[in-house]
Design a protein around this ligand. Structure first.
Ligand code: ATP
Length: 186
């Protein structure tokens, strides 16, 4: 089973990583971060390019055999609808069974996603709880798992960088060095 954890990851932070690690452990599976090329609900807020967001993810997962980066959405035409991503993966890897890992906030919006009704046929849907959000229950959701919660958001990271504040211990060191070297989020 292959777990897919999608998002904008602009940038990836320790909140994402702790969730991926715990979910991979709970589900006994590899977890692939799937950076969106262009996310239908967040298009205007992206600051780093898709290639930069993927590069930061590669740095973040380096050395952890449980975690990987899935770049398929970077090669598909925008916008990155999950249903299209899953169909493309099913075609590329017909033998694999996929699980979609969603935060409670994303799960809340799930019924409004493009072709939402087709999703459970393409992947099992697992939701994890995030601080400050309740876990929705609807028929599309297969399972709910508990994960350690860190109150970190990419928005807060970008704000910190903009104000010249430290992001040490909020993102992996290699990610912090990358965004400094590329002048991101100033
Ligand atoms: P932004 O602040 O730009 O909205 P974000 O930090 O929420 O970004 P996304 O790339 O939107 O990051 O996150 C992808 C997924 O990771 C979402 O489903 C979101 O619920 C989850 N997520 C983000 N931050 C955390 C966190 N601190 N703990 C648990 N899950 C998180």
């Amino acid at each position: 089973m292959e777990v897919l954890f999608g998002g904008s990851f602009d940038p990836v932070h320790l909140g994402h990583l702790v969730v991926a690690e715990a979910a991979g452990e709970a589900l006994g599976a590899h977890v692939r971060f799937v950076p969106a090329r262009e996310q239908p609900f967040k298009r205007a807020a992206l600051v780093a390019t898709a290639e930069q967001r993927a590069a930061m993810l590669e740095l973040a997962v380096a050395g952890n055999p449980r975690l990987a980066v899935e770049r398929i959405e970077l090669t598909l035409p925008p916008p990155s609808y999950t249903v299209r991503t899953l169909r493309a993966l099913a075609q590329r890897e017909p033998g694999n069974r996929f699980t979609l890992l969603l935060g409670a906030d994303a799960a809340q919006d799930l019924p409004a996603w493009h072709e939402a009704a087709a999703l459970p046929g393409l992947a099992d849907i697992v939701v994890f709880a995030r601080p400050g959000t309740s876990v929705p229950r609807h028929s599309l959701i297969g399972r709910v798992i508990e994960v350690p919660a860190l109150d970190i958001s990419a928005t807060a990271i970008r704000e910190h960088v903009k104000r010249g504040r430290s992001i040490r211990y909020l993102v992996p060191d290699a990610v912090r060095e990358y965004l400094a070297a590329h002048g991101l989020y100033h």
